[in-house]
Design a protein around this ligand. Structure first.
Ligand code: HSE
Length: 412
């Protein structure tokens, strides 16, 4: 019999209870023993829920009970999650978490403490919700050097961009819809500014490099500047806009970025719509492999958490020795990364503006869109980000150009 304790009876916590109940027989067969939820820690009471029998408001009940083998942290945030998780590991209990903020901020330290105490710190649900990605990187793709990870790692923004495209809507209209549906928070910054995706790619990049990639070092741009006019041109080009989280690993150089990108229809990531997530990973032997599924939501996320519970129970007293070290991974400046950009400009004289684009970027291939007056769009040549930005500054000062309405990186 393995006793577990769940910290937090919110969406994911109640999902964990539901998954354990619904698939009890199968899960216990995989864990090779019965699993008992001995405690659920929450500030609230749940008088009409059978869970009330195991509710505690005092974390020490869990910490000081030597029969609790696995602590499941599904509270979110770093305070008090960090203190709770650290003390559980120090007491010789394995921890499973869905908390990307905790893993991105303290992952290497918590994995070291787990190792010192011969237990495990597992976090499958922290990236991609229900999509298995952490364990495949750690346990399956061990024969390869990972060259690239590109993911749609935030369901809320993917839902918003898909809706803007499908229904020809502006950003603000889809934001209120996403808030009404409960995808985006009242303060939507974590999703729409790219912070959530940034933490997730920091975790994946740390796994790939086996060093700590700090999320503070990752260039991060959200989707707030994307308009339905941008999407109209990009659809006409045969593409869509996605918030991509990318990390590339080449010759010891690593860079990472979160930003909206134009994804052409031949790229499999273009087919990932609504709240779905996907991660495209390139191994130096394996080539491309893509993971696709529900990146958020109660049961998909809980399913990933429960898979970690089974893993922890099966590896009692065996540290799996996976993860990354506390050594910092330096990142290459984003200014030196090669890019092409889709650019929309407003002009006062079309022929002059076309000549300006030709002079600065060497292209006279422009796109126009019915109904959008005094503007056109084009795709730049490929150059380092800093050089493209210099050229855009040069373009703004050209006689035929009034302003740059938007610029979005092209993927691939
Ligand atoms: N806000 C996140 C998303 C939840 O939209 O993907 C899952 O981490």
């Amino acid at each position: 019999m393995a006793n577990i304790a769940i910290l937090g009876y919110g969406t994911v916590g109640s999902g964990v209870v539901e998954v354990l109940k619904t698939n009890k027989k199968r899960i216990e067969a995989k864990a090779c023993q019965p699993i008992e939820i001995k405690y659920v820690l929450d500030l609230r009471d749940f008088p009409n829920d059978p869970i009330q029998n195991v509710i505690t408001h005092n974390y020490d009940d869990i910490l000081n009970d030597p029969s609790v083998e696995v602590v499941v942290e599904v509270m979110g945030g770093t305070n008090p999650a960090y203190t709770f998780v650290k003390s559980a590991l120090q007491k010789g209990k394995s921890v499973c978490t869905s908390n990307k903020e905790l893993v991105a901020s303290y992952g290497s330290e918590l994995m070291r403490i787990a190792k010192e105490n011969n237990v495990n710190f597992l976090y499958e649900a922290s990236v991609g919700g229900g999509i298995p990605i952490i364990r495949p990187i750690n346990r399956s793709i061990t024969s390869d050097r990972i060259e690239e990870i590109t993911g749609i790692l935030n369901g809320t923004t993917n839902y918003m961009l898909s809706k803007m495209s499908d229904e020809d809507l502006e950003y603000n209209d889809v934001l209120s819809d996403a808030q009404e549906k409960g995808y985006a928070e009242r303060n939507p910054d974590a999703d729409v500014e790219g912070y959530d995706a940034c933490r997730k790619i920091a975790i994946l990049a740390s796994l790939a490099t086996e060093k700590t990639v700090s999320y503070d070092d990752i260039y991060t741009e959200g989707i707030t500047s994307i308009s339905k006019a941008d999407i109209a041109y990009i659809k006409k080009m045969g593409g869509s806009v996605k918030l991509l989280a990318t990390a590339k690993f080449n010759d010891g150089k690593v860079w990472a970025r979160v930003a909206p990108a134009v994804v052409l229809n031949e790229n499999p990531l273009s087919m990932v719509n609504d709240v779905f997530n996907a991660i495209l990973l390139k191994g130096n032997m394996l080539g491309d492999v893509m993971f696709y599924g529900k990146g958020a939501g109660k049961l998909p996320t809980a399913s990933a958490v429960v898979s970690d519970i089974v893993e922890a129970i099966r590896h009692k007293d065996i540290n799996l020795g996976i993860g990354w070290s506390e050594q910092k991974q330096e990142l290459m400046s984003i200014d030196d990364v090669l890019v092409r950009k889709f650019v929309r400009v407003e002009y006062n004289n079309k022929e002059e503006a076309k000549a300006d684009v030709l002079k600065v970027f060497g292209t006279d291939e422009i796109m126009e869109f019915f109904g959008l007056e005094n503007e056109f769009a084009f795709v730049t040549c490929e150059a380092k980000e800093a050089e493209i930005n210099d050229k855009l500054n040069e373009l703004i000062n050209c006689k035929g150009i009034v302003s740059i309405l938007n610029s979005i990186r092209m993927e691939g």
